[in-house]
Design a protein around this ligand. Structure first.
Ligand code: NAD
Ligand code: DAU
Length: 353
């Protein structure tokens, strides 16, 4: 049994955060898990219905951009560790509204760092600030090569620039104030509870409703896909065994060009919906490209595998099928999150070529 700890998880009502909260609540009954989330369009407490009454779980609604609120929270509560996921996370939204990303991803992170530093008051024994980041900070790759932990930062969207900035600040607190930190940079996650602005849930939802599947540009952009619970198992290992001050890359060794991935998804969807093979693929529509679209991401996770013994648990084909099954079985969830502002977002975002 792990020692007693109170752990603040930010962004726990979002996609990855909700999987992480569930994992920590269920696996570590000795930990008290406090989920801090402001509940933006991407945050949804129904993602955590199954653990909301657990005795070692608590939800606090609040904004990390609000310095007074964050300061007060840290002065009233005694957190042993922070796992920081709260962020604006969608690249397309960062192109239309960069400032939201600057506030939450940069200012919000600094507020948490300052409040933790003040609350811990130089007594860092057993404390940890874990910053969850993205492979997008490294920029874009050509046809070959991988991102390693020492790859130079080269962010190219307002989202990735804001995440890069937050990574630099977290490292600066390690060097300047001896704050005990660790950072991980992960590739694209997929699985249940992902907001349908992201490629896979958006495509699943559109296919289900016979709507076009929008593919940006030539569709030959490459991403490295990881099952969301495998990201969380990596965070768990790094949280418990990672070396202070270090960075760990997390990835699935699972590269797909978008168009190939969507063809695999279409086949699964035809099978699940009982449609003729080829039905879903007819919905593929090439649309205007994302501005500054990074061509390829690919993670080298050797450090995490060799130093901490992590490996992903799920094969991609199995994970994709599980993902489709979940979205088809959770129609109500999808309907709830796609009502309201979603329609307006969709109309503004997609322009056919
Ligand atoms: P998400 O958009 O699904 O969830 C973000 C959560 O943060 C939401 O619950 C939202 O309400 C909350 N939040 C946003 N602004 C806030 C604020 N000002 N104060 C408090 N809470 C706020 O994001 P996600 O995909 O789950 O990503 C979580 C983290 O993991 C992010 O930091 C992201 O950069 C990183 N990441 C994501 C991926 C991916 O593939 N999704 C990959 C690597 C890293
Ligand atoms: O690499 C990690 C990152 O992965 C995370 O840091 C981000 O938070 C997360 O959103 C994700 O970023 P991407 O931009 O890679 O994910 P997205 O699902 O938006 O797009 C995946 C690819 O699919 C990308 O090349 C753009 C393309 N795409 C996306 C959408 C939404 C399309 O072709 N059509 C679409 O409609």
């Amino acid at each position: 049994m792990e020692n007693k700890k109170t752990i603040l998880i930010t962004g726990g009502a979002g996609f990855i955060g909700s999987h992480l909260v569930r994992r920590m609540v269920e696996r570590y009954p000795n930990y008290h898990i406090v989920n801090l989330d402001v509940l933006t369009y991407a945050g949804n407490l129904t993602n955590l219905k199954d653990v909301e009454n657990a005795s070692n779980y608590e939800f606090i609604k609040g904004n990390i951009v609000d310095k007074e609120f964050v300061d007060q929270l840290f002065s009233e509560r005694s957190f042993d560790a922070v796992i920081h996921l709260a962020a604006e996370s969608h690249v397309d939204r960062s192109i239309s509204s960069p400032l939201d990303f600057i506030y939450t991803n940069i200012v919000g992170t600094v507020n948490l760092l300052n409040s933790a530093k003040n609350a811990w008051a130089g007594d860092f024994d057993g404390k940890l600030f874990y910053h969850v980041s993205t492979d997008e900070v490294y920029g874009t790759l050509g046809k070959t090569g991988f991102f390693v932990e020492t790859t130079s930062y080269d962010p190219r969207s307002p989202y990735s620039a804001s995440k890069a900035s937050s990574d630099h600040l977290v490292r600066a607190y390690w060097h300047t104030y001896d704050m005990p930190i660790v950072i991980s940079n992960c590739s694209n996650n997929y699985g249940p509870y992902q907001f349908p602005e992201k490629l896979l849930p958006l495509s699943i939802n559109n296919i289900k409703h016979g709507k076009t599947i929008p593919i940006y540009g030539d569709g030959k952009y490459t991403r490295d896909w990881l099952w969301v619970d495998d990201h969380c198992s990596a965070i768990d290992v790094i949280f418990h065994e990672g070396k202070l001050g270090e960075t760990y890359n997390i990835g699935g060794d699972n590269e797909w060009q978008n168009i190939d991935l969507i063809h695999v998804l279409c086949k699964i969807m035809d099978k699940k919906l009982g449609n003729e093979p080829g039905t879903a693929a007819k919905l593929i529509t090439f649309v205007k490209d994302r501005a500054g679209h990074d061509r390829r991401y690919a993670i080298d996770a050797t450090k995490l595998k060799t130093e901490l013994g992590w490996s992903p648990s799920l094969q991609f084909e199995e994970g994709l099928e599980k993902t489709v099954d979940w979205y088809l079985a959770n129609e109500e969830w999808m309907e709830n999150v796609t009502s309201g502002n979603y329609q307006k977002y969709y109309e503004d975002q997609y322009v056919e070529r």
